[in-house]
Design a protein around this ligand. Structure first.
Ligand code: ADP
Ligand code: MG
Length: 140
């Protein structure tokens, strides 16, 4: 049994449509516990740095614009195998390829406006959590 922490963002397309609770319900139903959560409007510098790994991709500039287009909800999720579990409940990057019942299948508007971010490895989860949260803000 491995209890992990992972990092999640409810993206601007979802907050705009008032879907924070609906997304959280999916996360909790999957057995993930929201142990930290705050609403924020990312600055361009924050979005650029957070998605720095994608800087060379053709969609990078648009992605930064999208992620700063409205408020987001930053979250730390706790659970058994939380990193993989969250990726499963999120669904595929492109909602057209996402499994039924997943957050992206039900809520995403497009491959870009796909409602949620989730860390793709335990190592990246640690880096991403530290980017936005102090340890004292995480209450397990
Ligand atoms: P994921 O969020 O599933 O881990 P990636 O890390 O590959 O996906 O991409 C980061 C984000 O960039 C995606 O969630 C999506 O918002 C955006 N994105 C990815 N691929 C594309 C694309 N081909 N066109 C537009 N936006 C994209
Ligand atoms: Mg990713």
């Amino acid at each position: 049994m491995t209890v992990e922490l992972t990092f999640s963002i409810i993206k601007p397309d979802a907050t705009r449509r008032n879907l924070t609770g609906a997304v959280n319900q999916k996360l909790e139903a999957a057995g993930l516990r929201i142990v930290a959560q705050k609403r924020a409007h990312l600055t361009e510098a924050q979005a650029k740095a957070f998605y720095g790994v994608h800087a060379a991709r053709p969609f990078y500039a648009d992605l930064v614009k999208f992620m700063t287009s409205g408020p987001v909800v930053l979250q730390v999720l706790e659970g058994e195998n939380a990193v993989l579990k969250n990726r499963e409940v999120m669904g595929a990057t492109n909602p057209a390829n996402a499994e039924p019942g997943t957050i992206r299948k039900e809520f995403a508007e497009s491959i870009e406006a796909n409602s949620v971010h989730g860390s793709d490895s335990l190592e990246n989860a640690k880096t991403e959590i530290a980017f936005f949260f102090a340890e004292t803000e995480i209450v397990g």
